[in-house]
Design a protein around this ligand. Structure first.
Ligand SMILES: C[S@@+](CC[C@H](N)C(=O)[O-])C[C@H]1O[C@@H](n2cnc3c(N)ncnc32)[C@H](O)[C@@H]1O
Length: 241
């Protein structure tokens, strides 16, 4: 497809929390950008991705906070699509003006990220888009705890607790190692599923990895209480996690 514009959008992953986990490529893109786009779930509340990338952002660079409300993809897809379309229009205008824009994403841009929807809109319109990978939260978790995600012939499943219970159960039953994301959406449900499978001693949860309020727990009771939004669980059936 012809690239109709002079400008370019970089979608970059800033990693899960530690600003030292940005790639050199991501930092270079941030440093040379005309515009930094920071998505936020709630206008007025700065995004976590922006906080992580902050040390690399030139104070002179234009900052655009873009609204990505937290709506249910299955129940409110129309509203979300309208918002993504509006956001894509705004980015297209920047690119039509010949600007280089950087869209910040927590972790990796291709893992459960709003960037991926806007990216599709812009690619369909023939815009120049380059995505720069970041460290996903679950890879960071495994490295941080010196725990392999998979070894030898083992499989790895990834599931979000926003998915229907049957899908979560299917992933839990199909793999030896499982990464559970968006835990806070139904942490109690996950605790029950672990107990039912006698996996109480086979999981670890990290909240806010790479941040000042980071917490690591292997206590099932912590899943039954209030769980921070940025929480990921790794389940290892063959070993204690
Ligand atoms: C919308 S998804 C974003 C995923 C992100 N793109 C990635 O590559 O990790 C949000 C989920 O990612 C996980 N997550 C992201 N950052 C995290 C962090 N600093 N600590 C623990 N989990 C994190 C949590 O499971 C959280 O609910």
């Amino acid at each position: 497809m012809d690239q109709k514009t002079k400008g370019k959008l970089y979608g970059i992953g800033v990693g899960p929390g530690d600003p030292e986990l940005l790639t050199v490529k991501a930092v270079k893109a941030i440093e040379s950008a005309d515009i930094i786009i920071s998505p936020t779930k709630k206008m007025g509340k700065p995004s976590i991705a922006l906080r992580i990338a902050d040390p690399y952002i030139n104070p002179e660079t234009e900052l655009v906070i873009m609204d990505f409300p937290m709506l249910s993809l299955s129940e409110e897809r129309d509203k979300l699509e309208a918002q993504w379309g509006e956001n894509a229009d705004q980015i297209q205008k920047m690119l039509d003006d010949g600007k280089t824009a950087v869209f910040l994403t927590l972790g990796d841009p291709m893992v459960y990220s709003t960037y991926s929807y806007v990216m599709k809109f812009l690619l369909d319109r023939g815009m120049a888009v380059e995505t720069i990978s970041g460290v996903p939260s679950f890879c960071s978790l495994a490295a941080h705890l010196n725990l392999p995600l998979t070894q030898g012939e083992e499989s790895l499943g990834i599931v979000g607790m926003t998915q229907p219970e049957a899908e979560v159960n299917a992933v839990l039953d199909a793999h030896q190692n499982i990464v559970v994301m968006k835990v806070s959406a139904n942490a109690k449900g996950l605790a029950e599923a672990l107990k039912k499978r006698h996996l109480e001693n086979h999981f670890v949860m990290i909240s806010n990895i790479g941040m000042a309020n980071e917490k690591v727990t292997r206590n099932i009771e912590d899943l039954e209480g209030k769980v921070p939004y940025l929480s990921t669980v790794l389940i290892k059936k063959q070993n204690e996690a």
